[in-house]
Design a protein around this ligand. Structure first.
Ligand SMILES: *[C@@H]1O[C@H](CO)[C@@H](O)[C@H](O)[C@H]1NC(C)=O
Ligand SMILES: *[C@@H]1O[C@H](CO)[C@@H](O)[C@H](O)[C@H]1NC(C)=O
Length: 256
């Protein structure tokens, strides 16, 4: 039938395009040994966060992925335990080509962001002791920053986080980022427990009351996080669309 081929083609395009558009973070191909329970495409600056939350530390193992604003620039991510913006953030900054030497491997530093003054050329202590600081450069010049943070016991399960990208580094210090709308909007809430490591067997559907008995209901808060929610439902949606597409084609073939 003449009409079948265009429909089949449209369906293929649909099935191929949807997962990428809805959750590009899920396609990130990390080096072996680096894997995370969940990921979220962040709404600004083309960034994504991959993480595993271990409630027993508590600790957060993460990979932050973003392209610097220009080659040789920097990318940054942090938790702000005291506010919602940049000031107060306990930040991790990765330099695309080493901090002081553009041919050196990518480097990571920690910064306690205390104000709007320029950052220096050395790490400052942050509230969450960081281990495993590393970075590499992935597809399309994206810098992937890796770290494990030991979080305070009192830290809430939903935290304010910020992220940023900059275009240049001068004498080992990250230069100020652009002040475009997307740079200023790059902050949000992160539901740490969306990336909870499986520790105790839980009934299907993720009851919050099993395990250590803390039962804080954190898993019930998952819908707060729209991006993660989208990522989670995208595969079933695509399957439903694909099945509908096939049914439509079959129906047309048979009856038109
Ligand atoms: C820059 O880094 C490369 C690779 O690590 C090293 O071989 C080179 O000596 C460094 N140059 C300077 C000026 O430090
Ligand atoms: C970060 O800076 C603030 C403001 O100066 C200070 O109160 C806080 O103790 C610092 N945090 C760490 C971990 O040094």
């Amino acid at each position: 039938m003449a009409s079948t081929a265009p429909h089949g083609l449209a369906l293929l395009v649909l099935v191929a395009a949807l997962p990428a558009a809805m959750s590009s973070c899920a396609g990130e191909d990390f080096p072996s040994g680096r894997s995370y329970v969940t990921c979220e495409d962040l709404p600004y600056l083309g960034a994504s966060l991959h993480w595993t939350y271990d409630a027993s530390g508590p600790s957060l193992s993460l990979a932050f992925v973003a392209a610097p604003a220009a080659p040789g620039g920097w990318v940054a991510w942090g938790i702000n335990p005291t506010g919602s913006g940049m000031v107060g953030s306990q930040a991790l900054v990765a330099f695309a080509g080493g901090a002081a030497n553009s041919s050196a491997p990518a480097a990571v530093r920690t910064y306690n962001i205390t104000g709007y003054s320029p950052l220096g050329d050395a790490s400052t202590p942050i509230a969450f002791p960081a281990t495993g600081l590393a970075a590499d450069v992935g597809d399309g010049g994206k810098v992937r920053l890796y770290a494990t943070l030991r979080l305070g016991k009192g830290l809430k399960k939903v935290v304010n986080h910020v992220w940023q990208v900059g275009s240049s580094v001068t004498r080992g210090a990250p230069d100020m980022h652009a002040m475009d709308a997307d740079n200023l909007a790059a902050k949000g809430k992160l539901v740490l427990t969306d990336g909870a490591a499986a520790s105790a067997p839980a009934p299907a559907g993720g009851s919050s009351s099993s395990g250590d008995g803390s039962g804080d209901g954190s898993s019930l808060r998952r819908p707060i996080s729209p991006a993660a929610h989208t990522a989670r439902v995208s595969v079933p949606e695509v399957v439903v669309l694909a099945v509908l597409g096939f049914l439509t084609m079959a129906w047309k073939d048979r009856w038109l």
